[in-house]
Structures are given as C-alpha cells and as structure tokens.
Write a protein that binds this ligand. Structure first.
Ligand code: PMP
Length: 461
C-alpha cells in the first residue's frame, strides 16, 4: 500500500496489468492513459484533461456517462438480490421482465420478425459463441448433423474468444493465436467504396458478392453450412453500410439453402442506427440476434441472444432427445445487470434516443463533410444514425494515417477510434450528445487532421 507513494499508478499499471488489444511495447514506452471520471459525453483523465468521447467507450455507452437512473437501479437491485443464477429453471424478477421486454421490443420494431426466447450472457463475444452452439444444437436436433460450418465476412468483427474471434474476419486478430477455427469460412466484404471494382455499379457489386457466396455454398455443399453471421452495419471493420439490395438477396440465398441467419447487433442494437435495431433499418429477419453493449449502455457487462420461433419450435422437443440443455454461464441473466438494462431501456424510451440518433446522424455527417470533406487525404465519409466514418485513401497499404490522426485528435480533446482493418476513423458518440457537442467534436477532429498533415505527407513521400 505504501508502494503507492513510491510507485506511480502508471508504473504500477506497467508492472502488473496485461491490457487487452494493446501494444505491449508502446505501453512499456509511453505508459497507460488513465481515466478518472466521466459525465454525459465527456471523459476526464488523471491529468485533469477532459475529452469529448466520440466513441462512447467501445460503441457502448449509449445513454451517456454518469446516469443516476442506472446507478440507482443497479444499487437497489444489488441490495434486494445481489445474485441469482438461472440454472435449473431458477430466475429473478428483473431477468424475467427484461426477457419479456426485449422480445416485445424486437417484435414491434423489426417487421416480419418472430422472436420466441431470450438467452442471457456476459459479452458480445460470448453471445456469438452461444449463437454457434445454438446453431449446432438446432441442426443436431433436426438430425442434420453435418450442417455446422458458419460463413462470416472479411472485415467482420464478432468478438475475440476462440470461436467468436474465428468469426471475426480481420487477420491481425488471428495470426498470433492459431485462428480461425476450421469450421469458419469468410466471404467477401460488402464495402463498395473500397472493394467495388472500377466501373462496377453498387448493384453489380452486390450481385458479385451474392454470386461468390452461392459459389462457396455449392463448393462446400449446402448440407454442411449451418449459419451465416452478419452485422447489419459492419462496425469495427470500418462502418460499412450494406450495398443496395444486399440483405434482401442474401436472405433469399440463405432461405433456399436452409442456412440460419445470425444478426450480430452488438453495436447496431439499441438505437445506434436510428432505429431500435439494425435489423429494422436494413430488413433482416434473423434466426438469432446477438445483443450486448447498448443493452446496459455498459453499466454492467451483459449480453442477450434472441432466438426465433422456428428454432424454438425445435428446441421445445429437445428434452426427450438430448436431456438437459447444457449451455449457460454463472452470470446468465444476472439480476443486477437485468435491472440496469431495464432502467437503460426506460431512459432510451423517455428521451426518445433512437429518434434522436436518426435526427442527429445527418448533423454529424454534414459537419464531417463540411469540415473535412475537402481534405485531400479523405476518400469517403459515410454513416447511418449515430455511427459514422471517415476513410482515408491513397496511402501505402502498411501505413496507418488514421492512427496518426487519432493521436492528434486526442491531443485536441476528442476521442475517436482508429480502426484495425482499413484506414478509418469511426464516430459513435453517446446517443444523448447535443448538436453543439457534435459541432465542437468535429471541429477538434478537423484541427487534428490539419495538425497531422506533415506526418501524413511524410507517409506519401
Ligand atoms: N460483435 C460486434 C459487432 C462487436 O462490435 C463486438 C465488440 N466490439 C463484439 C461482437 C464483441 O463484444 P465483446 O467485446 O463484448 O465481447
């Protein structure tokens, strides 16, 4: 304890803390960035600096920081029943209420959807692991025991456990860890701006991707493909909006080959795209939906997997064939997380935060276009709801212009994310952000881009 007086917190971190997704050598050289408090859209560092958090943490603090309603709901739930597992048919009131509310919310906001049950977990990654296991369970129960491969997309992000990380389609997450697992296939990334060919229309691009997918299914054999997983908008890859007609044509193919659709709504769920769910924005009718992040606005680690009627109908007959359903976690349906999620949904509804994302999305895009649209390094600006991207183009493949800009952005007082797949800065602020804060954040970002110019020019030299 006395050590605190002789060792700084930064030193202690360097000597004890193994950070996720961090450069070990950078950390040893530069030390950690330590944050001490946050309120609304603003986060504060240990040196007293404040920054506008245009990432909402990791796309997750949808209702903003420091919300008393959520804190109070968590504290009361902890006082009342600090833990109750859900194994063996047990449950607590907030968990039951949350399951019911999520089903109603999805059914009423995603046309044509028919969700029947909710399974709870702790993170986006484990929700996607659950999706894979439930795919296996479903096909096993139907006697289709070979139908186990999963198709994901290049550039996708679905988490970093061994299974969900295998679905992730970004090589830098795989190389050092002997991933992906053998039953995962990756098909083309639906990002027209970068992967559309010269002279190819957006619709022709979509058709090429769908034809490639059909070829993959034929090559592997439809009887070996169990599911296709997709983020409605690919987030970490680079905020890739689906090209024209993509999900409509994709779902037709999946249906024809009896392949389940897993919608990974870990980012797009809970208002981010301007609707409650990205499935509503882009016409998905998924069999499984993975939710996390915005479910509790990250006030508690919690995930939910929604299961469709057609899958549930099969699961209902499971006990005779397979006995007890042997999947679950200690914290599945944690009553404190559920109480916080319910309070989070109350805030979202009372403050119309989905509508707010729909209204403020164009404000963010307009500000970005006005302030950095003419910058010679910027190739594309895009977004939907309150998720947006600035993509840099013309740089050598191995260079990382967006990381240089991110460094200057932090110095200018705005937190943005430099993404790992393409040179993209992403913006995904809390949905509570004000118009003035958006303008201020974009202004800081534009100044950072100016400050980065000599270093960006050096990359091209
Ligand atoms: N799916 C998507 C679409 C994500 O963006 C993320 C996290 N960024 C995950 C899954 C994994 O979530 P977690 O980090 O909570 O495991």
């Amino acid at each position: 304890m006395n050590e605190c007086t002789t060792r700084s917190l930064a030193q202690m971190d360097q000597e004890s803390h193994f950070h996720p997704v961090s450069s070990i050598s950078d950390l040893q050289k530069n030390g950690p960035a330590i944050y001490t408090s946050a309120n609304g859209v603003t986060v504060t560092r240990d040196n007293g600096e404040t920054l506008l958090d245009m990432g909402a943490g990791l796309w997750c603090v949808n209702v903003g920081y420091g919300r008393k309603e959520l804190v109070q709901a968590g504290a009361e739930a902890m006082q009342q029943l600090s833990f109750q597992h859900c194994f063996g048919g047990a449950a607590a009131e907030p968990t039951i209420r949350l399951a019911d509310r999520l089903l109603n919310l999805f059914r009423s906001t995603v046309p044509g959807s028919d969700m029947a049950r909710v399974f709870f977990g702790n993170s986006g990654s484990d929700a996607n692991d659950t999706a894979i296991k439930l795919m296996n369970y479903y096909h096993n129960l139907r006697g289709k025991t070979a139908k186990k491969k999963i198709i994901a997309r290049e550039g996708a992000y679905h988490g970093l456990t061994l299974a969900s990380g295998s679905l992730t389609g970004i090589k830098s997450y795989h190389t050092a860890f002997d991933m992906p697992l053998a039953n995962v296939l990756h098909t083309g990334c639906p990002h027209y701006f970068t992967f559309g060919k010269e002279g190819e229309s957006e619709v022709a691009f979509t058709d090429r991707l769908i034809a490639e997918l059909e070829e993959m299914i034929t090559r592997e054999g439809a009887d070996t493909i169990g599911a296709f997983i997709a983020e409605p908008v690919m987030g970490t890859g680079g905020v890739f909006l689906p090209p024209k007609g993509y999900f409509e044509k994709l779902q037709e193919v999946l249906k024809r080959h009896d392949i389940l659709l897993i919608a990974d709504e870990v980012i797009t769920g809970f208002g981010r795209t301007g609707n409650w769910f990205g499935s509503g924005t882009y016409g998905l009718r998924p069999d499984i939906v993975s939710l996390a992040k915005g479910l509790t606005s990250a006030y508690f680690p919690m995930s939910a997997s929604l299961i469709s009627r057609r899958m549930w109908d099969v699961f209902e007959g499971a006990s005779e064939k397979m006995g007890v359903m042997m999947h679950g976690f200690t914290y599945s349906g944690h009553p404190v997380g559920a109480a916080i999620a319910l309070a989070n949904l109350d805030v979202m509804e009372q403050e119309n935060l989905t509508e707010r994302a729909a209204l403020l999305g164009p404000v963010l895009l307009k500000a970005l276009r006005n302030r950095v649209g003419e910058n010679p390094f910027v190739g594309d600006i895009r977004g939907v709801g309150l998720m947006a991207a600035v993509e840099f183009s013309g740089f050598p493949k191995a260079s990382a212009p967006h990381k240089i800009v991110a460094k200057h952005a932090t110095a200018a007082g705005v937190l943005t994310r430099a993404l790992p797949y393409l040179p993209v800065t992403s913006f995904s602020p809390p949905l509570t952000i004000s118009e003035a804060e958006i303008i201020e954040a974009v202004d800081r970002y534009a100044r950072a881009l100016d400050a980065a110019t000599p270093e960006l020019e050096a990359l091209l030299a």
